[in-house]
Ligand binder design. Structure first.
Ligand SMILES: [Zn+2]
Length: 566
């Protein structure tokens, strides 16, 4: 029961750790029998947990106060040594795969562990190291460019996310101006954004070729750790979204415009969901945490134990304050077997999302705290986001305590956002597939193709008065396309699973919850396409799955009290 502030940080002696790790790798490779082999494997895991715990303590404390010179310095030290430690993990995976005891590993921990190790080795060879350096440089250049935005607006100097509240303004003229400022800034940099992506796709194509593929796509899938689905699955899945979700999203868009009283819609009108403003939480941190405590107590004995621990051991740093890094995350401290949640509460509904979404990730990590090897509990992002996105829906019955009179608006926005996200997510995936299948395309051809794909998934969107967007520029703001190729469909796949838990829990709450608990505990032991049906959910890749989910969602949306949604 160690409280976070009492968890001791000490920088490891890295020279000593590396030589210890190399010794253990040697033991693993030369194990004289099965017992010696597993002993070495466990010892490597114990060392990995200890190092990971220290690294995580350091990075949490650094993000809580980036001005703290001690942790800033320590953080730099870890950044330098991390690639070397990662390389040792790769060697350990190779040693397991080449071992005479690999079948015993599969019997003991399940065959998926070996599949994960195999796919991790497919993404890297010595020949591509210079290409990876070049790729990282280009990614950093993109991130620096986007972060450098400084736009004069409303008497302030704002970055791109600082403009967002104005883009969502209930005043149409403010919306128009903010949207124009945001995308005008991007449009002025189109040549640079094109150039960076052109170079990125070229280096990635080269990496794909060097690793023996026709193009970069199989490498991207391997980087995402996907062992059991491919491009063909993605194609079939995206078509379901076109058939079943696009019409529903269109209907939502029409209702939105009716609600906000817009008769001649422009692109910036879609950012406004409610004329009365977005749903607001009814209090600050103390109030929200107290209600979350009650919520998790009533939800289940497991969530009660989990959340009490988070509070009693000070495992959350929630409210924004000077010196704190931006954003929010959940992480895990393996030696203490506890998760940690970091966020920047700022009075928006995002505060409540932290207590459901990030807490969902944290709850799952805690459920798996006693896993035999850390590597068993590693899973792909489409699995990870089921944990968090489903918790957002399982906690619906307690939203009244967070949102008071805004609860109905919250319900509407939550489900509408989930539905609208699917077509957009699919468009991002289809665009990237086209890009890497057409390495010879020019930047102008890429943008033209994006607009074609965008029309297929978001047919109601017109960009009258915004030539950069009309010319297919929107994707240049979607950072994943630059820094994490093909990392996007994952979110939509998880969302389709979470939406199934939502409709299931409306019919049979207990059964849905028990299934969720099992899915959380089994995550990492089975790949996505096995884990999902084993939990009683329909596999999103299976034709017809989405068509079976959407009617219940439409019914739910129609059942909301429209007099409270305005
Ligand atoms: Zn998440």
């Amino acid at each position: 029961m160690t409280k976070f502030q009492d968890m001791a940080y000490q920088r490891p002696d890295f020279e000593q750790e590396v030589s210890k790790a190399l010794g253990l790798l040697d033991q693993l490779a030369k194990a004289k029998d099965e017992a010696a082999f597993f002993e070495a494997l466990q010892a490597i895991d114990t060392q990995t947990r200890a190092l990971s715990t220290q690294h995580t303590l350091c990075s949490i404390r650094h993000t809580i106060d980036t001005r703290d010179a001690f942790y800033a310095k320590e953080n730099d030290v870890w950044d330098e040594v991390t690639p070397r430690l990662a390389e040792i993990q790769v060697q350990a995976a190779r040693a397991v795969l080449e071992s005479p005891y690999r079948d015993s590993v599969a019997r003991r921990y399940g065959p998926h562990l070996l599949e994960k190790m195999e796919v991790s080795l497919k993404t890297i060879t010595p020949e591509i190291l210079p290409d990876l350096v070049e790729e990282n440089k280009l990614v950093s250049e993109y991130e620096r460019l986007i972060a450098s935005a400084e736009i004069e607006f409303d008497g302030k100097k704002l970055n791109l996310s600082g403009l967002q509240p104005y883009i969502e303004s209930t005043d149409r003229e403010v919306r128009r101006q903010a949207y124009t400022a945001h995308w005008g800034w991007m449009a002025q940099r189109v040549d640079k954004l094109d150039e960076l992506y052109d170079k990125l796709t070229a280096v990635r194509h080269r990496i794909g070729k060097k690793l023996g593929h026709e193009n970069f796509i199989p490498v991207a899938y391997a980087r995402m750790g996907r062992t059991d689905w491919d491009q063909q699955d993605a194609k079939v899945y995206r078509q379901q979204i076109v058939d079943s979700v696009v019409p529903l999203a269109q209907k939502l868009a029409r209702e939105q415009l009716r609600r906000t009283g817009v008769t001649d819609p422009k692109i910036y009108d879609y950012a406004l969901e409610f004329l009365s403003g977005n749903p607001k939480p009814q209090g600050e941190e103390d109030y929200l945490v107290a209600h979350a405590k009650k919520m998790y107590r009533e939800l289940s004995p497991q969530t009660d134990e989990f959340f009490q621990m988070m509070v009693n051991q000070n495992l959350m740093d929630l409210t924004t304050k000077p010196g704190k890094a931006s954003g929010g995350y959940m992480t895990f401290l393996p030696d203490y077997k506890v998760p940690y949640i970091f966020s920047n509460f700022n009075g928006t509904s995002g505060d409540v999302d932290v207590l459901t979404h990030e807490a969902g990730h944290a709850f799952q990590g805690w459920l798996q705290r006693d896993v035999e090897l850390m590597a068993i509990a590693e899973y792909t992002s489409e699995v990870a986001e089921i944990h968090s996105m489903s918790m957002e829906f399982f906690t619906h019955p307690w939203m009244e305590g967070f949102f008071g009179p805004d609860t109905e608006k919250y319900f509407h926005a939550h489900v509408a956002d989930a539905i609208r996200f699917l077509p957009y997510g699919a468009s991002v995936d289809e665009f990237q597939e086209w890009v890497y299948e057409h390495p010879e395309a020019t930047p102008a051809e890429r943008r033209a193709q994006y607009r074609v794909i965008e029309r297929k998934y978001l047919p109601h969107i017109e960009y009258e008065g915004f030539p950069y967007m009309e010319g297919g520029g929107r994707w240049q703001k979607q950072g994943h396309i630059y820094f994490a190729p093909f990392y996007y469909l994952d979110y939509t796949l998880a969302q389709v699973c979470a939406l199934q838990y939502f409709t299931w829990s409306m019919k049979d709450r207990d059964a849905a919850w028990q299934s969720y608990l099992t899915l959380c505990k089994e995550s990492g032991r089975l790949p996505f396409k096995q884990l999902v049906p084993k939990s009683g959910l329909k596999n999103p890749f299976e034709p017809g799955t989405i068509a079976q989910v959407t009617p219940a969602l439409e019914q739910y949306m129609d059942s909301l009290d429209k007099s409270k949604i305005h």
